[in-house]
Design a protein around this ligand. Sequence first.
Ligand code: ADP
Ligand code: MG
Length: 290
Amino acid sequence: MTTTTAVPVAAPQQATEVSGIAASDPVRLSARGVHLAYDQRTVVHGVDLEIPPGRVTVIVGANGCGKSTLLRALARVLRPSRGRVELDGEDLQRLRPKDVAAVLGLLPQQPLAPEGITVADLVGRGRHPHQGAFRRWSAADTEAVSRALALTDLHDLAARRVEELSGGQRQRVWLAMMLAQDPRIMLLDEPTTYLDIAHQVDLLDLLADLNETSGTTVVMVLHELNLAARYADHLVVMHEGRVLREGAPADVLDAECVQAAFGLRASVVPDPVTGAPMVVPAGRRRGRVA
Ligand SMILES: Nc1ncnc2c1ncn2[C@@H]1O[C@H](COP(=O)(O)OP(=O)(O)O)[C@@H](O)[C@H]1O
Ligand SMILES: [Mg+2]
């Protein structure tokens, strides 16, 4: 049977508050001395991280350094073997799943859709945390789904089966599901995978707009360093299960950091469009342009 890891855990009742915090307050998400292990193998070693509320945080690092693992812990999917993740100072593991689902949304790296589900139905599942015990569909749900489909340019595909779509279209469906869920904190694991460069920029612009207009906190793993530097307010560079450096991209991303995190010799120059740091790999080849 296929499962959908991105679908929030069953979440009855209108749950827009975590422990009495008003819906307009920023929600603080932090990792305190978090260790994460698969079986006996620890892959994240004592990470301390404060996610700046209402800002865009981007996590980068070499393959296998623990980015997805850390993101899953921030989303309550993985339980730390030591330390804890806190939502507004409370241990995430102790909060009720429905309270967490109303505040936190996760778009995993490789989400799986239930067989045969249509685009509209999958996006509609994003509304579960907002629905009552009997999952009564409301006008607000219809409106949220319609808005999510419009923002991701998916209205024309609403009746199609998700499995018939291209990788890029499917990625947009998962994003739409999270938009319909409308969580205060969005956690996204490589959301630009499968997208061509134009759609990558579209998606990142959409998230940046959402962050600006609604104050949604965005935390995402990106593997494209230059897009990461351009869209991050706060950049977290991981290396072998630890945070190597964090801060504003301009303060963090230099040649030494790229060498330490990726083992790559590179120049870091200002991005001609935004002035953000831009990584230009040295490589061994000088190219063919005379
Ligand atoms: N489900 C799993 N079971 C066992 N080991 C895993 C699992 N997922 C990831 N790992 C291991 O944990 C380490 C970190 O993986 P991951 O967090 O996926 O890295 P990244 O997202 O930075 O590429 C890797 O060594 C990977 O092999
Ligand atoms: Mg990963």
